[in-house]
Design a binder for this molecule. Structure first.
Ligand SMILES: [Zn+2]
Length: 433
């Protein structure tokens, strides 16, 4: 017997005897960890109020009590955040956490899905450390998002809670497709392309079978792809209706990527839960969204990054022209929709710009019409509602997950404080202190 086999047997014997010992001693089951957080200022995202000198009690991964009249029990771990503003963990409803562009052609021709998969956990950690304890990830290749979500849930990888959409569903030649190259170039892997009612139904069933929490549909053309007009619809009304109907049958919600006016309306009519981007929405579209309670998830920061960095990112001119076309209009239309009372949830398209910069959009939302509290509510209570996770995330209240962040100053006076998150807890575990 060689040395390795002997040590293997020794290990096996040791583990067997340890198991027996613990069975013999009959140790009591471990109690969930109890923590008290002393919060200097506590943001109540539900009411929009601020409480001074509050206490949050945590048991295991959940909050059991929170407020100014809560006392700190004996024998709990105390975390002192008396000089900080404490808020629920933030939620980004539009991320692509498995991906971050380096260079357009390099990414297409020199990277495989394996390159994408091995780096995704780095982006997940950056996102969590930025204070975003939950994300809705709206489109990834090869089910990498499912693998990442599962690894995070198992505790193997550090990252936010994730809802994942798997492959975005779209039409041949549309924003989901790879356009602008020779028809003889073939790309491998799973495809989100589906044309017509039958293909759409089959694709959605396939995605749900392999782990999709929601469905992402491309209702119109996009900016960062080489098809023509950014505003053009890319599914018929019948096709969009099918996407929503099929997803609903399986208990799933639909997020619709939609820049163009007509595509937005078709998607809203079909019954999607959210319109992503919403760049060229008109008054009628705004009215329809308000009437039906459709959320607008407008990524109004990343245009700054793309236009500043496009040489490095290597985007073809056609793409940059499209970005210039929609960037400012999208912000003006966001302001209109906000004024009209359309429901808003925070979503940034993180992945289009560097992961971990998710909070940079707060300042833009304030610049374009929201109060700091409204912007924070978009990233907490509203986002939780969009995800169907009301009272689980986005609030500091009994029964919610202990997802908690803290910043130095007062984000209601300077919302950019949220770009400098100093403390992050997710499910009662501290990830940044
Ligand atoms: Zn996106």
């Amino acid at each position: 017997m060689n040395k390795r086999v002997i040590s293997l047997i020794a290990c096996l014997y040791l583990s067997i005897s340890l198991t027996v010992m613990s069975k013999q001693t009959g140790e009591p089951k471990q109690q969930p960890k109890r923590i008290a957080i002393k919060a200097g200022r506590l943001l109540d995202t539900k009411s929009g109020a601020v409480t001074n000198n509050a206490v949050i009690l945590i048991e295991g991964d959940k909050i059991t009590a929170a407020g100014p009249n809560v006392t700190v029990p004996a024998e709990v771990e105390v975390i002192d955040l008396k000089d900080k503003t404490v808020a629920p963990g933030l939620i980004d409803c539009h991320t692509h956490m498995t991906f971050q562009p380096g260079n357009y052609y390099e990414d297409i021709f020199r990277k495989s899905p394996i390159d994408v998969a091995v780096i995704a956990h780095v982006y997940a950690r950056r996102t969590l450390e930025a204070g975003f304890t939950t994300v809705r990830d709206v489109g990834a290749g090869e089910f990498i998002d499912v693998a990442l979500r599962n690894a995070i849930n198992r505790g193997d990888v550090v990252g936010p809670r994730m809802q994942v959409a798997t492959l975005a569903v779209g039409a041949t030649g549309g924003h989901v497709d790879i356009n602008g190259f020779s028809p003889y170039l073939k790309f491998g892997g799973f495809s989100g392309l589906a044309d017509g009612v039958d293909e759409i139904r089959k694709l959605i069933r396939f995605e749900i079978k392999y782990g999709a929490d929601l469905i992402k549909m491309h209702a119109t053309a996009g900016v960062l792809s080489e098809e023509e007009s950014v505003g053009a619809p890319q599914f018929s009304q019948e096709e969009m209706n099918t996407v929503v109907e099929e997803a609903k049958m399986w208990g799933k919600r639909v997020a619709a990527h939609a820049h163009g006016t007509e595509g937005i309306k078709r998607a809203v009519r079909a019954g999607v839960t959210s319109i992503e981007h919403g760049s060229l929405i008109d008054d009628e579209g705004i009215k329809m969204m308000k009437e039906r309670g459709t959320y607008l998830v407008a990524d109004i920061y990343n245009d700054d990054y793309i236009l500043a960095e496009y040489t490095k990112l290597g985007y073809p001119d056609k793409i940059i022209e499209k970005e210039r076309l929609v960037g400012r209009t999208q912000r003006e239309n966001f302001q209109k929709a906000a004024k009209a009372g359309v429901k808003l949830a925070y979503g940034t398209d993180a992945g289009v710009y560097p992961h971990g910069w998710n909070a940079k959009q707060f300042a833009h939302m304030v610049k374009w019409g929201l109060t700091p509290m409204q912007a924070i509510q978009a990233a907490t209570v509203n986002a939780a509602d969009l995800l169907g996770w009301n009272d689980k995330v986005g609030v500091i209240a009994p029964g919610a997950f202990a997802d908690i962040i803290a910043v130095d100053g007062d984000p209601l006076k300077d919302v950019t404080e949220l770009e400098r998150v100093k403390f992050v807890m997710k499910g009662g575990m501290i990830y940044k202190k």
